[in-house]
Design a protein. Structure first.
Length: 104
C-alpha cells in the first residue's frame, strides 16, 4: 500500500516480515540431484529442500563449493554446484548433521 501525505514530517514505515528461523540440521530434509537441462549438456549438482534464512543457505552453499573446489550459485532456495558431485555432497551434508539423500 502506498500512502501519500502533504505533511513534510511524515515518515513512511513498511511492515517487515520476520525471516523464518533456520531449523536444526537434523530437521532439514535435503535432496541432492543432478541436472543438465538448459546448460548445453554440462552437469550441475542441485541441493533442494533447505528451509530457513537466506544467509544460512548462502553459508551452506559457500561451504559446499569450497569443499568440492568448484564454482556454483545459491538462488531461489537452491544450491547449484558445477559438476557431478552428488555422492560427495550427500556425504558432506550427512556429516554436517543434515538429513540428505541422493536424488536421481
Amino acid at each position: 500500500m502506498i500512502v501519500y501525505s502533504t505533511n513534510p514530517d511524515f515518515v513512511f514505515e513498511q511492515e517487515k516480515t520476520p525471516e523464518p528461523e533456520t531449523p536444526a540440521p537434523e530437521k532439514q530434509r535435503l535432496v541432492v540431484t543432478i541436472d543438465r537441462s538448459g546448460r548445453a549438456g554440462k552437469q550441475v549438482t542441485l541441493v533442494k529442500g533447505f528451509k530457513g534464512r537466506a544467509d544460512d543457505l548462502a553459508d551452506l552453499g559457500k561451504t559446499l563449493k569450497i569443499k568440492c573446489g568448484v564454482g556454483g550459485t545459491v538462488k531461489d532456495g537452491v544450491i547449484t554446484i558445477q559438476g557431478d558431485f552428488r555422492d560427495k555432497v550427500t556425504a558432506m551434508l550427512n556429516q554436517m548433521g543434515y538429513n540428505a539423500k541422493r536424488g536421481n
